[in-house]
Design a protein around this ligand. Structure first.
Ligand SMILES: Cc1cc2nc3c(=O)[nH]c(=O)nc-3n(C[C@H](O)[C@H](O)[C@H](O)COP(=O)(O)O)c2cc1C
Length: 204
């Protein structure tokens, strides 16, 4: 499913950067309202959006990445997003599109359970889940791959914090989760690709 492009974000009125930085905090309580598809498109662009395709399988994005390897993938557990059926989706940055992964039954319950009972992860409108594909870094950085993957994830999540603040939403980084349960929910094998970080998003 193609997402609204930047010039189509009619409903997105972002506060300025200074305000967003000043207001940033981890928010674990969300209002019930749905997230607009244009707002979701903005958050995906802010966290992994492509600025320029360089060819040879590399692209510059809105976040930095060691060696421009971009070893992270973004999955969404979409629970209350306009025009999006409840389910698990994967973001395709170059196409700026979503592909459906699964329609897990009791998605809210499974997300909260995989987040080790942190119920706010299941009460959000959407929970971002980032996975790592370590080979994209390992062939180049060897054992240091793990360090740079973790550093990359920090940049992505901080952009999500600031982008959320800018549009009246809130998020909270989550690193405490059940590895197997989260990997199973996404349908990744836990070896060549595994969950590394979560961030529920909802209206503040
Ligand atoms: C790497 C990382 C992991 C975190 N994991 C969790 C978590 O599992 N659950 C949670 O409620 N908050 C988690 N947090 C949020 C921190 O608790 C929060 O950033 C800290 O208390 C400071 O609050 P602030 O973000 O509002 O400034 C995490 C933050 C980071 C950076």
């Amino acid at each position: 499913m193609r997402l609204p492009a930047r010039e189509e974000w009619a409903g997105v009125h972002a506060a300025d950067l200074v305000e967003a930085i000043a207001r940033r905090e981890s928010r674990r309580r969300y209002r019930r309202g749905a997230l607009g598809l244009d707002e979701l498109a903005f958050l995906l662009w802010a966290t992994q959006g492509v600025r320029k395709v360089l060819g040879q399988g590399t692209a510059l994005r809105t976040v930095p990445s060691a060696g421009c390897r971009h070893a992270l993938e973004t999955y969404l557990c979409a629970m209350n997003v306009d025009s999006l059926e409840q389910g698990v989706y994967r973001y395709l940055p170059v196409e700026h599109a979503l592909v459906g992964v699964s329609r897990a039954a009791d998605l809210r319950g499974r997300v909260a359970q995989a987040a080790l009972g942190q119920t706010f992860a299941g009460l959000a409108a959407v929970t971002f889940v980032w996975t790592a594909i370590p080979y994209r870094m390992e062939w180049r950085y060897g054992p240091a791959a793990y360090k740079v993957i973790a550093l990359d994830a920090g940049h992505v999540c901080q952009n999500l914090y600031l982008a959320c603040e800018a549009i009246g939403c809130g998020t909270c980084a989550i690193a405490a989760y059940d590895q197997d349960a989260m990997d199973r929910l996404l349908g990744v094998d836990g070896q060549d690709e595994f969950t590394i970080y979560l961030a529920p998003v909802g209206r503040a």
